[in-house]
Write a protein that binds this ligand. Structure first.
Ligand code: ADP
Ligand code: MG
Length: 252
């Protein structure tokens, strides 16, 4: 199977409000796939639908071959999820957070120490095991949250706006880790509203109030508008262009 995610006509309504509007897309195995869109456009809702934390109103799909409606226990076993508000316990230590998530994800007892060691090294947290999580800087917390999300060595990782509120150096360090994971074959699904962050992705989907405007590589996205006006368009130019197009479509 070459796709990690296959989604068809997925819709989510909250009452009459359509948060996700009949979207279809595939994510290839091993790629870094980004959903780029403004706040409130439905990015978190899509992730929650994909990992079975929310039920779709209609549509279908699979993640790693598991049905998003029926097999959500399997999906959660094979995927990691780093939520927008890093779900760390602030009043316990770094190591206790890792132990907690190892328990949640059912990491076998004889593997826990090895995994913890790998994660602490990956996250540059060696020596900080006994620190209270709440005392860590934003970048450290972010890398610990990532470590907790992958303690069970998942095949696929969902990151919901993972670098909000951290400094540029920490963001760079975080993305280096993501590239490493990707090179090891982990498929990454990431949401962001930072244009520069979207540049890190192999494929991006422009997501705008429940709709996928366009899905392509960052370079092709820019070419899409490049032929129209600017000499060297940015991703932001492409996004603004497509949003205008969408709004004109709605008005006419
Ligand atoms: N459980 C819910 N009940 C009602 N409305 C919701 C719920 N979750 C999200 N929404 C609404 O759906 C829209 C998309 O939200 P969200 O997926 O969080 O967007 P994003 O992650 O892109 O900021 C927002 O208008 C939000 O208020
Ligand atoms: Mg969100």
């Amino acid at each position: 199977m070459e796709n990690a995610i296959e989604i068809k006509n997925l819709t989510k309504k909250f009452g009459d409000f359509v948060a996700v509007n009949n979207i279809s897309f595939n994510v290839k195995k091993g790629e870094i796939f980004g959903f780029l869109g403004p706040n409130g456009s439905g990015k978190t809702t899509v992730i929650r639908l994909l990992i079975g934390l929310l039920d779709a109103t209609s549509g279908s799909g699979n993640v790693l071959g598991y049905d998003i409606i029926k097999d959500n226990a399997e999906i959660r076993k094979h995927t990691g999820y780093m939520s927008q508000k890093f779900s760390l316990y602030e009043d316990i230590t770094v190591e206790e957070n890792l132990d907690f998530y190892a328990g949640i994800y059912g990491v076998p007892k004889d593997k826990i120490n090895q995994r913890k060691k790998e994660i602490l090294e990956m996250a540059d947290l060696v020596g900080k095991e006994k620190l209270i999580t709440g005392s860590l800087s934003g970048g450290w917390k972010q890398r610990l949250a990532l470590g907790c999300a992958i303690i069970h060595d998942p095949d696929m990782l969902f990151l919901d706006e993972p670098t909000g509120g951290v400094d540029p150096i920490a963001r760079r360090q975080f993305w280096d880790i993501i590239y490493n994971l990707s090179q090891k074959g982990v498929t990454i699904f990431v949401t962001t509203h930072y244009m520069d962050e979207a540049e890190h992705c192999n494929t991006i989907g422009f997501f705008y109030y429940g709709n996928v405007l366009l899905m392509d590589t960052p370079n092709n996205m820019k070419k899409h508008v490049g032929s129209i006006d600017k000499v060297k368009p940015s991703l932001e130019d492409a996004f603004v262009f497509l949003v205008d197009q969408k709004n004109n479509e709605v008005e006419s």
